[in-house]
Design a binder for this molecule. Structure first.
Ligand code: HEC
Length: 220
């Protein structure tokens, strides 16, 4: 009984240690590309992460251009230091692995960092107009809404620097923003839509938000 509990504690500690190591250290995780990775699309999968997490106001947007780095276009990202095929020699990727990708800066999650690493490994191509992977019948919070928020919104809407005082890093925050139609209105606004300074979300993606809101913003 006691041994079992002890083993569990040890396993938990080992897990925590291994996580802090991959997150805290600046070395790249070793990644093997699979056939499916060739579908990674710059405009659909990579650019929104940069726009939300790096090109926000006060950082690397055209108005601020911190250290003259502007990260809202393929050209800007390449100019900031991407060596196609070679993430470890890419300045942008090193920053993402280091402090810029940590919490308080871009809030990039491990999955997003791996995606960017793979995109560089595959030649950092400027792929656009890619087929949508959106399925309008899917709209759970954990499976659809949260991943979209993390991809398109979180960089600008996380504590402590949440733009417009709209905090979207928890279910409660997103549900609060959905009250009175503010969230949906921000996605469909004809001129000042969200994600700010980016492409409008597709009709299918907006429909997913709409259905989740109509269902009562469940934490499912
Ligand atoms: C690049 C930064 C940026 C990104 C990315 C971004 N926002 Fe915003 N958002 C802002 C700023 C700045 C404001 C404050 C109002 C303004 O300047 O338009 C704002 C305001 C809002 C508001 C309040 C609007 C109102 O009517 O008061 C909502 C809701 C919102 N954003 C939701 C989102 C959602 C949802 C996403 C992702 C789909 C998103 N934002 C992505 C910067 C951003």
């Amino acid at each position: 009984m006691l041994t079992k509990r002890l083993t569990n504690i040890l396993i938990a500690m080992a897990l925590i240690l291994s996580q802090t190591q991959t997150q805290g250290c600046k070395h790249m995780p070793v990644i093997t590309l699979t056939a499916a990775d060739s579908a990674i699309c710059f405009e659909r999968d990579i650019l929104p992460i940069f726009v939300s997490s790096c090109a926000k106001s006060g950082c690397h947007d055209p108005a601020t251009a911190e250290e003259e780095v502007i990260l809202n276009s393929w050209q800007g990202i390449m100019a900031a230091g991407v060596k196609p095929g070679d993430p470890k020699d890419s300045e942008v990727f090193k920053e993402i692995q280091g402090q810029m990708g940590g919490s308080g800066y871009g809030n990039l999650n491990t999955e997003q960092k791996i995606l960017i690493q793979k995109w560089i490994m595959l030649g950092a191509k400027n792929t656009v107009d890619c087929p949508s992977d959106c399925d309008s019948t899917q709209f759970t919070f954990s499976g659809t809404i949260k991943p979209m928020i993390e991809k398109y919104c979180i960089g600008c809407h996380a504590y402590p620097n949440a733009s417009g005082s709209i905090e979207l890093s928890s279910h409660t925050g997103v549900a609060n923003a959905a009250k009175n139609g503010i969230l949906l209105n921000s996605l469909t606004h004809p001129t000042n839509w969200m994600p700010k300074s980016s492409k409008k979300l597709s009709d299918c993606q907006i429909r997913q938000f709409e259905q989740w809101i109509n269902a009562g913003t469940p934490n499912d």
